[in-house]
Design a protein around this ligand. Structure first.
Ligand SMILES: [Mg+2]
Length: 126
């Protein structure tokens, strides 16, 4: 496939209603959630970069830096938590309840591959 053909086919599936997208970006809620989401992705990238340099390039593992990146991730989580009006304790509790429904008390590959998504969703909604 030629490059131009690939690009032309790819953009056929791009969301291109930029008026609607721009309208949704006017919302402070969406701006804060997008800021938080982009921040989580970039900080996760920084965490992985430090780990990559250790594992693949032999650089000394910088646990201080990894902890710093965890803090940065929490900072973005705080923005998201504030915007969603949820607290970390509630999020943590729902997460563990969901995982117990999925795995019981112990991970297994079988359970990981046979998830009951309806039950997990009900746990997260209650
Ligand atoms: Mg950082």
């Amino acid at each position: 496939m030629e490059t131009k053909e690939y690009i032309n086919n790819a953009i056929k599936t791009e969301s291109r209603d930029f008026t609607a997208i721009g309208g949704r970006l006017q919302s402070v809620e969406n701006q804060r959630l997008l800021h938080g989401g982009i921040g989580l992705a970039t900080e996760a990238g920084e965490f992985l970069d430090a780990l990559k340099k250790h594992v693949f390039y032999g650089k000394e593992l910088d646990k201080v830096n990894l902890r710093e990146e965890m803090g940065d991730i929490f900072w973005y989580c705080a923005i998201i938590a504030d915007q969603l009006d949820v607290d970390f304790a509630d999020v943590m509790e729902r997460n563990i309840t969901k995982l117990k429904a999925r795995y019981g008390e112990k991970f297994s590959e079988t359970k990981a591959n046979t998830r009951d998504l309806d039950t997990e969703r009900q746990i997260l909604e209650n």
